[in-house]
Design a protein around this ligand. Structure first.
Ligand SMILES: [Zn+2]
Length: 122
């Protein structure tokens, strides 16, 4: 008889955004979602020897957006400043540039600036 797994599969509802970001964050620690969840549960339940999981720096995994050719980046496409720029371009008949995702580290390397409205930049 093949080895039986020691634990059962469990099912919980998690938003697509959280599931995607959890993978990205776990990868920065060379970990995976299942390991991070189990570490958190063990710490939460005060299991002997369990340590509080270390949160990775958001800059290493957080998905930001910009457009091809823009010098400014945003938290998401729902940023009012981003939407205003897009609709302004549309109104002027300017073709909308494709949206690109990037991390804060990539934005810094590309000398992009934070949006004042959604990320508190200048
Ligand atoms: Zn913004």
């Amino acid at each position: 008889m093949p080895d039986q797994p020691k634990t059962e599969h469990r099912s919980v509802r998690i938003s697509d955004d959280d599931w995607r970001d959890l993978l990205a964050a776990a990868k920065t620690q060379s970990s995976d979602r299942g390991t991070v969840i189990k570490e958190f549960v063990a710490w939460y339940l005060r299991r002997p020897g369990a340590k509080q999981p270390v949160r990775p720096d958001a800059a290493a995994w957080q998905r930001l957006i910009t457009t091809d050719g823009s010098d400014r980046y945003h938290a998401s496409e729902s940023c009012p400043a981003f939407q205003s720029g897009r609709s302004g371009n549309e109104a002027q008949g300017i073709e909308l540039r494709p949206v690109v995702t990037l991390t804060a580290e990539e934005a810094e390397v590309a000398s992009q600036t934070k949006c004042a409205e959604c990320l508190g930049g200048s």
